[in-house]
Design a protein around this ligand. Structure first.
Ligand code: AMP
Ligand code: ZN
Length: 466
């Protein structure tokens, strides 16, 4: 299998540390808000990597963290604590925020058929591990205490910027616009391992440590969780391109300083999902979720299909026009796969021929759009009987996970969907005309039929409950 490795900036043959086994770590969500469809694109990419490795015969152990502490709005050491921001917004405790958004995250994660990693661990459940690592970094001279915080000293490393290959000046935190300079740091790119000072009154998430009551920096959680559950050698680490710096750069610095040897061999980064305003981000306030798409009548797997039709290292553009096209294509594809008969004997030679092609496509740096083209080639191949085609579709779907042979049970009837959409449009027109009486009448009429509607920032959505 070939993978593009950010560390070497080249496509390389993948060779795990232990033959046949893969230790895979992927950065998980920060649970202070819903995951938008950009975040979900990232997890679909990780899921394809995970399933491709399994399909190729590797025994994979995958770990993913849940960030419920320490992630500041700048991704560095300045800005607001994301959990504190959410607490203020929703008047809840940190735990309530984390529990709620973790649950919501996994709902959407499962809706797009992402497989649950073997290990899922919350940042707040591993504080002892971070303290152990930071303690050693201090003893070994890689870290220092200043103004109450513990910092990692990047000048102690030969090549702190190994992952980015960037000029240091481009990246030094403190010279970038909008990022505060921290005069407690020896070098401006030093980063916090443990905070004991907080800008927040009544900061809720605090733990005792040898350096005072405080909380861990964001980056240390991935080092701690990865080493605790996957050991000292990691084969592949995944994330989005925005994680390369500072998050993954800092993970490498502290992990290798702690371990005393190279930590992870392959770094895989997915490109972003953009909308017409640019990168989709949680801080923009307005964003789309998989559940919202579903409530608008789309199948979440149509979103997975859209993602798989582009390469994970290319930026993907989202608009409803584009998504409508992908959604129609997905429905057509599924209609074809579901209509396959099971006649005849499975032709093993054909299976091998197409399976090899499919493996080659995915093994070529996860070329999912090529893998889908091979699926279409199978469906078009007149020399194969239904049983052989069905068998191949089932095999490919182990990785693609598009439920190609699963009959829909809760697909909304087209006529009903059209009726609801017409009624919503009518109601919106009444609202525009400020005829609220008629608008409310339509809401009531739908309610009587068991259709609940709700106005959101992204338009009116509905749920059929009766
Ligand atoms: P967060 O929950 O904010 O920590 O982000 C979770 C993951 O989503 C990170 O690994 C990011 O790299 C990734 N991510 C954030 N925005 C986008 C986007 N617009 N498109 C794709 N991935 C994204
Ligand atoms: Zn991480």
């Amino acid at each position: 299998m070939k993978l593009y490795n950010t560390l070497t900036r080249s496509i390389e043959e993948f060779v795990p540390v232990e033959k046949g086994k893969v230790k895979l770590y992927t950065c998980g969500p920060t649970v202070y808000h819903y995951a938008h469809i950009g975040n979900i694109r990232n997890y679909i990419g990780h899921d394809i990597l995970d399933k491709t490795l399994r399909y190729l015969g590797y025994e994979v152990t995958r770990a993913m963290n849940i960030t419920d502490v320490g992630h500041l709005t700048s991704d560095s050491d300045s800005g607001l604590d994301k959990m504190e921001v959410a607490k203020k917004r929703e008047h809840k405790t940190s735990k309530e925020i984390a529990d709620f958004y973790t649950e919501e995250f996994f709902k959407d994660f499962k809706k797009v058929n992402c497989r649950m990693p073997e290990i899922i661990s919350r940042a707040t459940d591993n504080i002892d591990e971070y303290i152990k690592i930071i303690d050693k970094l201090l003893k070994d001279g890689y870290a220092y205490i200043s103004g109450g915080n513990v910092y990692f000293d990047i000048s102690k490393l030969n090549d702190y910027y190994v992952l980015t290959n960037h000029q240091i000046d481009d990246l030094v935190v403190g010279v970038r616009e909008g990022v505060e300079e921290d005069n407690r740091k020896k070098n401006q790119a030093d980063f916090v391992l443990w905070f004991t000072t907080s800008k927040f009154e009544n900061h809720e998430l605090l733990w005792d440590s040898p350096w005072g009551k405080g909380y861990p920096g964001w980056h240390i959680e991935c080092t701690g969780i990865s080493i605790k559950y996957l050991g000292e050698y990691l084969d592949i680490h995944g994330g989005g391109v925005d994680n390369i710096f500072p998050h993954h750069t800092n993970e490498i610095a502290q992990s290798e300083a702690y371990l005393g040897h190279k930590w992870c061999n392959y770094w895989v980064h997915g490109e972003h999902l953009n909308d017409k305003a640019g990168k989709m981000s949680k801080s923009k306030g307005e964003f789309l979720t998989v559940s919202l798409l579903e409530s608008k009548g789309y199948n979440p797997l149509a979103y997975r299909y859209l993602c798989l039709n582009s390469h994970y290292r290319n930026t993907l553009m989202f608009s409803y026009d584009i998504f409508d096209g992908a959604s129609r294509e997905y429905q057509k594809l599924k209609k074809k796969t579901l209509s396959l008969d099971n006649d005849g004997n499975v032709d093993e030679d054909k299976i091998k021929y197409y399976d090899d092609k499919f493996k080659e496509a995915l093994g070529n740096d996860l070329n999912t759009s090529m893998a889908i083209t091979i699926l279409y080639d199978v469906l078009k191949d007149d020399t194969m009987n239904g049983a052989t085609k069905r068998c191949l579709v089932a095999m490919f779907d182990e990785v693609l996970s598009l439920d190609l042979l699963v009959e829909e049970t809760n697909e909304i009837d087209e006529d009903l969907k059209n009726y609801i959409e017409e009624m919503i449009e009518k109601r919106n027109n009444y609202k525009k005309e400020k005829n609220f009486e008629m608008a409310d009448k339509i809401r009531e009429e739908l309610k009587e039929k068991g259709i609940m509607i709700q106005d959101t920032r992204n338009g009116t959505v509905y749920e059929i409950i009766g």
